[in-house]
Design a protein around this ligand. Structure first.
Ligand code: FEO
Length: 399
C-alpha cells in the first residue's frame, strides 16, 4: 500500500505500514505488526525527508514520493542509524543524488559502517543546531540512548512538530495516521518502551525533560500512529521511567512435572490474600514481549523453575538473561521451585541478575512435590514480600 498522507500543509507521511511483520530483530514478537514512518517536509526553498523505511519496504516510500511528484530532496534527516529507518537511504541517495544525509557525528560513522554510504554525502549537526528549509526551520536535539548512542530528535519549529524516531513510538500497524484509541496505543507503546527503551531508563528520563522544554503540538514517531495529544504519551513515559514501583509481583515460571506449578498456584493465592497484585507467566506459552511489558511496573519478581541438569530450566535461563538485560526497576527478587536430587539454581539465578539492584529474598526450593512445610515456607515468602513492600512505602499500611 502506498498512500502519502498530509499531517499539516506541506508536511506528509510517506512511510510504510508493515501489517504482516511478526518478529523484530529476529527476537521480539510483534503481535500487531508495525510501521516505518517517514515524513516529507516541503519548505519554500528546500525539501527534507525525515527518516526512511525498512529496506523491505523501500518501494512503498519511493511510490509515495512519486505520488507527491518530489523531484528534488535536499536533505534526508537520519534521526537514527538502525536499518528499519535508514535501510532505504542508499536507494534514496541514488534517486536523489543531490540529497545530503543530516545526522549526528556518531550516526554518520554508523551509517558509513552499516550501509557503506560515502563520507561526502553527510552533513553532521551539533545539539541545538538549526537548518533552514526557507519558511520552515528544523532544530536538531541530540537524544543519546533512545535507544542507540547516536540518536537525535528533529523539531519543526514553525509547526511545533517533534519527530522522535523510535522514542515515544509503538509497534502497531494501523490505518489511523493519528492516535484514535489511546488505550490500544498505550499498551503497544508500553510494550515497545519495555523492549527497547527500558534498559536506558535514566537516559530516557533526561531526554523526556528535553522534550518537555519544547512547545510541541504533535509528536511524530517513526513507528506507530502520530500523537496529536503529546501529554498522553509524555505522561505515560513519565510514569514508566519514574522510580516508583507498584505493589505487584511478577512470576515467570516453567513446570516440567507439576511440582513447581503446585508451588506457583499456592504462592499466587498467598500473595492475593495479602492484597498484592500478581502476574503469572508460564514461559512455555508466553512471548518475551509480554514478559518485558509486565516488568515495567512491579516491585518484585519471583522466578519459578524446576531443576534441570543441576540448574535452572533453559527457558528460565533465557528469560532471566532478558530480565537482567532489560534492567527493570525491580526492588526484590526470589526463586521458588523444586529439585529431584540436588542442584544450584539459587546461585545460578543470583549470578545472572547482577544488573538488577534487587534484594534477594530467601528462596523456597523443595525436594520433589511440595509438602505442608513447603507451603508454609511459601506463606513465609509471601509475608516477607508484603512486609518489604510496606517497609519501602510501596503499599500503604491502611490498604
Ligand atoms: Fe526502529 Fe531502533 O529502530
Amino acid at each position: 500500500m502506498s498512500v502519502p498522507r498530509q499531517l499539516k500543509p506541506k508536511i506528509y507521511s510517506v512511510g510504510a505500514i508493515d501489517w504482516d511483520r511478526r518478529l523484530f530483530d529476529e527476537l521480539i514478537p510483534l503481535s500487531d505488526g508495525t510501521s516505518y514512518n517517514s515524513y516529507l517536509i516541503r519548505g519554500s526553498e528546500k525539501t527534507a525527508l525525515i527518516d526512511t523505511v525498512d529496506p523491505t519496504m523501500t518501494e512503498v516510500l519511493l511510490e509515495n514520493l512519486k505520488h507527491l511528484e518530489i523531484e528534488v530532496i535536499s536533505y534526508v534527516i537520519a534521526n537514527h542509524a538502525e536499518q528499519d529507518h535508514s535501510g532505504s537511504l542508499p536507494q534514496i541517495l541514488d534517486i536523489y543524488p543531490d540529497a545530503r544525509v543530516v545526522c549526528t557525528p556518531k550516526c554518520k560513522s554508523l551509517l558509513m559502517d552499516l550501509l557503506l554510504i560515502p563520507e561526502n554525502k553527510f552533513i553532521t549537526v551539533n545539539d541545538g543546531e538549526r537548518l533552514s528549509l526557507g519558511d520552515k526551520t528544523l532544530e536538531f536535539i541530540h537524544a543519546p540512548w533512545v535507544h542507540w548512542p547516536e540518536t537525535m530528535l528533529t523539531y519543526l519549529k514553525e509547526d511545533r512538530i517533534l519527530f522522535t524516531c523510535d522514542f515515544l513510538g509503538s509497534h502497531l500497524a494501523t490505518s489511523d495516521l493519528f492516535v484514535t484509541d489511546e488505550s490500544t496505543v498505550y499498551e503497544a507503546a508500553k510494550r515497545y518502551y519495555a523492549e527497547i527503551m527500558m534498559p536506558f531508563r535514566k537516559f530516557v528520563e533526561k531526554n523526556l525533560e528535553k522534550v518537555k522544554e519544547l512547545k510541541v503540538e504533535i509528536i511524530a514517531p517513526s513507528h506507530g500512529p502520530i500523537h496529536s495529544n503529546p501529554d498522553f504519551i509524555l505522561n505515560a513515559y513519565g510514569e514508566w521511567v519514574s522510580d516508583e514501583v507498584k505493589n505487584e509481583v511478577i512470576i515467570p515460571y516453567i513446570s516440567m512435572h507439576g511440582s513447581t506449578k503446585k508451588m506457583v498456584d499456592y504462592f499466587v493465592g498467598a500473595l492475593i490474600k495479602r492484597g498484592i497484585t500478581v502476574k503469572q507467566f508460564n514461559l512455555s506459552k508466553t512471548d518475551l514481549g509480554e514478559l518485558a511489558m509486565a516488568l515495567v511496573d512491579p516491585a518484585t519478581v519471583v522466578i519459578g523453575s524446576p531443576t534441570v541438569l543441576f540448574g535452572l530450566h533453559p527457558n528460565i535461563v533465557c528469560a532471566v538473561y532478558l530480565v537482567n538485560a532489560l534492567k527493570p526497576k525491580l526492588k526484590f527478587a526470589s526463586i521458588i521451585g523444586s529439585y529431584g536430587w540436588g542442584g544450584k539454581m539459587v546461585k545460578q539465578l543470583t549470578d545472572m541478575i547482577s544488573n538488577l539492584k534487587v534484594e534477594i529474598l530467601e528462596p523456597v526450593v523443595v525436594k520433589g512435590s511440595p509438602k505442608e512445610a513447603d507451603f508454609k515456607a511459601l506463606d513465609r515468602l509471601a509475608e516477607e514480600i508484603l512486609n518489604k513492600h510496606l517497609e519501602y512505602g510501596i503499599v500503604k499500611k491502611e490498604e
